[in-house]
Design a protein around this ligand. Structure first.
Ligand code: C2E
Ligand code: MG
Ligand code: MG
Ligand code: MG
Length: 284
């Protein structure tokens, strides 16, 4: 390679690096600003029991109502917030906010909150304790969702944290099960309360014998290990029927309800708990 070309390349690379760094810096400031401006919002998606389809609770799903870019889903900003350590204040906000909201629900409805692996480097147990206490929410109503990534960079500290969280009375769910490496091993390494079967397996239920067999095996295994199973991304009646036949405990997906705003779920809960409306009075 010619020296001059190499130098040109280098300059281009350097300029590109600066542009990248600037963009990241801009977004970092933007996330901070958004957090202060109250632009983050939690949506809540129903989780139901099978076969009864009784509402058991909701999973909190983070959104960013960005003034210029519109409503953003987590894939657009969570990885960035993780890189920049901003997931710590953001995650703390999520826990505080979600626990406060759940405290207003009927006591039999549970709350599931997603955790980033990065939060395990912070004072997670204290953050969770504070959020529960501030909201007056019973720990038994909170479930924390972690992915295999948390155990991938497994340290003694991670396991200690998971056990301490469980010690608070909080349940731990393994999210996106089946998408990572050596998944079965993780079920042995930590006693999860619940396993969320990833929607990639649910999607092909009834269409592929392999998927049916995998899902059935996961459900049977979890059953044997005393873990609750929940299927993610259930969209069709056929999927629901197969999961029910296979003995899956719970389900979540567009078939039962999309992620909803706070006013929407409060309406839903009011419908569930309110007595039947009085018959309309004859108009005068
Ligand atoms: P997840 O925890 O696996 O959440 C389920 C995702 O599937 C959600 O995407 C949900 O909107 C979507 N979904 C639910 N039902 C269906 C369905 O029937 N069909 C399809 N196609 N999709 C369905 P969302 O809200 O975009 O969240 C994506 C991911 O972002 C979550 O995956 C979770 O890992 C992460 N996330 C969400 N909220 C938070 C948070 O507060 N903190 C952290 N650290 N991560 C979060
Ligand atoms: Mg989740
Ligand atoms: Mg998931
Ligand atoms: Mg998933």
């Amino acid at each position: 390679r010619a020296k001059s070309a190499g130098r040109g390349c280098y300059r281009f690379f350097e300029a590109e690096m600066n542009a990248q760094a600037l963009l990241r810096r801009t977004l970092q400031v933007d996330i901070r600003r958004g957090l202060q401006a109250g632009e983050f919002e939690l949506f809540y998606q129903p989780q139901v029991s099978l076969p009864a389809r009784r509402l058991t609770g909701f999973e909190a799903l983070l959104r960013w109502r960005h003034p210029e870019r519109g409503l953003l889903t987590p894939d657009r900003f969570v990885p960035l917030a993780e890189d920049m350590g901003l997931i710590l204040p953001l995650g703390e906000w999520v826990l505080t906010q979600a626990c406060a909201e759940a405290a207003a629900w009927p006591a039999d409805k549970k709350l599931a909150v997603n955790l980033s692996p990065v939060q395990f480097t912070g004072s997670l147990v204290e953050t969770v304790t504070t959020a529960l206490h501030a909201a007056g929410l019973d720990a038994a109503r909170l479930e924390l969702e972690v992915t295999e990534t948390v155990l991938l960079r497994e340290t003694e500290a991670t396991l200690v944290t998971l056990h301490r969280l469980r010690g608070l009375g909080v349940a731990i769910a393994l999210d996106d099960f089946g998408t990572g490496y050596s998944s079965l091993g993780y079920l042995q390494r930590f006693p999860f309360d619940k396993v969320k079967i990833d929607r990639t397996f649910i999607r092909s239920l009834g269409k592929s014998r392999e998927s049916d067999a995998i899902v059935r095996s996961v459900i049977d295994l979890c059953d044997a290990l005393d873990m609750v199973t929940i299927a993610e991304g259930v969209e069709t009646e056929e999927q629901r029927r197969i999961l029910t036949a296979q003995g899956c405990d719970e389900a979540q997906g567009h078939l039962f309800g999309r992620p909803m705003t706070v006013p929407e779920i409060r309406d839903l809960l009011r419908v569930q708990i309110a007595p039947l409306p009085a018959p309309p009075r004859a108009s005068a």
